[in-house]
Ligand binder design. Structure first.
Ligand SMILES: [Zn+2]
Length: 216
């Protein structure tokens, strides 16, 4: 990024946007599932078997919802590879329109930075909008047409793993992207809030699909 074109002052540039927003947004969106390992417990990236052993040795096995179901390493790799293929074919092309899109809906990329209160209040709105909208779209996808044509792909993994969180038909990736972006479109904030929202949303999705329940 050339200094004259930089939207950020030097200090902020030093700590923040070396990657331009579209690239960084894609990175925050996609790195988490691939680093989450199958346990969904956010352990750094390992080979599948090492990760599984680590999860067992940490005593997480008692939190597994279907303890008898075990996916093989090749099944896990197939899920990973399919998600990567969809990432390249669907998510990467979207990056070409991501920057004009965030500018169009009014997300700020310069100073001043948002206050903690502003970030938390906007995140609260984003979570509520996403939860409500996702419920209705997911419900639509469980109708006969939606399920047969689109959503059955996502439910191939009946004992889900973290990698299966974004495993879906390409149309579902677009449809269920709407709830994620609707909140920021209704209450646009700063790019930092937007990135934080994408990270938190991914963590929530990985946890939901991890196959573990650590509370309740
Ligand atoms: Zn479903």
């Amino acid at each position: 990024m050339h200094a004259r074109n930089c939207r950020f002052p030097p200090l902020l540039t030093a700590i923040n946007p070396t990657p331009p927003p579209p690239v960084a947004t894609a990175a925050t969106h996609k790195m988490l599932p691939f680093n989450s390992n199958r346990g969904g417990c956010y352990i750094p990236r390992t080979k599948p078997d090492e990760g599984r052993d680590t999860v067992r040795s940490l005593g997480f096995n008692k939190y597994k919802i279907q303890p008898k179901v075990r996916l093989t390493s090749s099944e896990m790799f197939r899920c990973y590879a399919d998600v990567m293929r969809m990432f390249v074919l669907v998510v990467v092309p979207l990056q070409f329109v991501s920057y004009p899109s965030i500018k169009m809906i009014g997300i700020q990329t310069g100073l001043p930075l948002p206050s903690v209160w502003e970030i938390l209040s906007q995140l609260g709105v984003y979570f509520m909008v996403e939860d409500y909208t996702n419920y209705w779209l997911h419900r639509f996808l469980h109708g006969k047409w939606g399920y047969d044509k689109i959503h059955r792909v996502h439910h191939e993994y009946t004992a889900p793993i973290g990698f299966a969180s974004p495993y879906a038909h390409w149309l579902e990736i677009l449809i269920l992207g709407i709830p994620t972006f609707l909140g920021p479109a209704i209450a646009p904030g700063h790019m930092i809030t937007f990135w934080l929202w994408i990270v938190l949303r991914q963590i929530e999705s990985i946890e939901t699909h991890s196959g573990y329940v650590c509370y309740g």
